[in-house]
Design a protein around this ligand. Structure first.
Ligand SMILES: Nc1ncnc2c1ncn2[C@@H]1O[C@H](COP(=O)(O)OP(=O)(O)O)[C@@H](O)[C@H]1O
Ligand SMILES: [Mg+2]
Length: 234
């Protein structure tokens, strides 16, 4: 589906007392259903602001955002709550797991706010965590914790999976394994996945690469044949 996601002239201004910070200065792009999208750019470029607005966690100052024909930029608070619950899976740099719940319990918790959750044990298996499913986050490595976070996001069976620097806290090999999991998940499920990175070497793994610079889209590139994560090094 063409233009599954569309940003039209999206601006975001943060007011901090007397100071106004223009985080986004008129952003335009579109994303097709099923694409693996890389949003790349330097620190402070506006990447997280874009993802937070796309995920319904922040609202634009002006402009229009549509997701699957829903005009999320005109949603009220109630619509946004449903959107975040049912439509969006989010993966953060620092995993954000509930520390006193086991891996599988963290995943189960997320399925309780889903209309059509996937089978929790199957999702745990898909991310390679079955032997560790009864461990608490503090008993898991960073890479394993991120697998729990990905399982938690996927188990909701969302329309889109948004990942903000998902490998930012991981060593090279572990980060690569996480990216491979995300790429394989996209291929297997057809889910639309957006990954933020400041690592330009990763752009070759995306179907679409949106480069952001100083709150503006610097370029959009389509990769007809994205590289497999295994074949990329940086
Ligand atoms: N909640 C906020 N309040 C004020 N300024 C913010 C806020 N969030 C982000 N910014 C500012 O907006 C700009 C873009 O930030 P961000 O989207 O986090 O960039 P990136 O993720 O690319 O590093 C930065 O100048 C940042 O300081
Ligand atoms: Mg950021």
């Amino acid at each position: 589906m063409e233009n599954f996601i569309e940003f039209t002239n999206v601006r975001k201004i943060y007011s901090m007392g007397e100071v106004e910070i223009e985080a986004l200065g008129g952003i335009d792009f579109s994303i097709n259903k099923g694409e693996l999208v890389i949003i790349a750019g330097a620190s402070g470029a506006g990447k997280s602001t874009i993802l937070n607005i796309l995920g319904g966690m922040d609202s634009p100052t002006s402009g229009k955002i549509t997701v699957d024909n829903g005009s999320i930029s005109s949603y009220n608070q109630k619509d946004l709550i449903s959107y975040r619950r049912y439509d969006v899976g989010f993966v953060f740099q620092f995993y954000n797991l509930v520390q006193n719940l086991t891996a599988i319990e963290n995943v189960e918790l997320a399925t309780q706010v889903s209309k059509a959750p996937l089978d929790v044990n199957q999702v745990i298996e898909d991310v390679g965590l079955t032997p560790r499913k009864n461990n608490f986050p503090s008993q898991l490595s960073g890479g394993e914790q991120q697998r729990v976070a990905i399982a938690r996001a996927l188990a909701k069976n969302p329309k889109l999976l948004l990942c903000d620097e998902p490998t930012g806290a991981l060593d090279y090999e572990t980060g690569k394994a996480i990216l491979k999991l995300l790429q394989d998940t996209g291929k297997k499920t057809g889910m639309t996945i957006v990954i933020i990175t400041h690592n330009l070497a990763l752009t070759s793994i995306g179907n679409r690469v949106i480069k952001v610079k100083s709150g503006k889209v610097d370029s959009v590139t389509i990769n007809p044949s994205p590289m497999d994560v295994e074949k990329v090094s940086w």
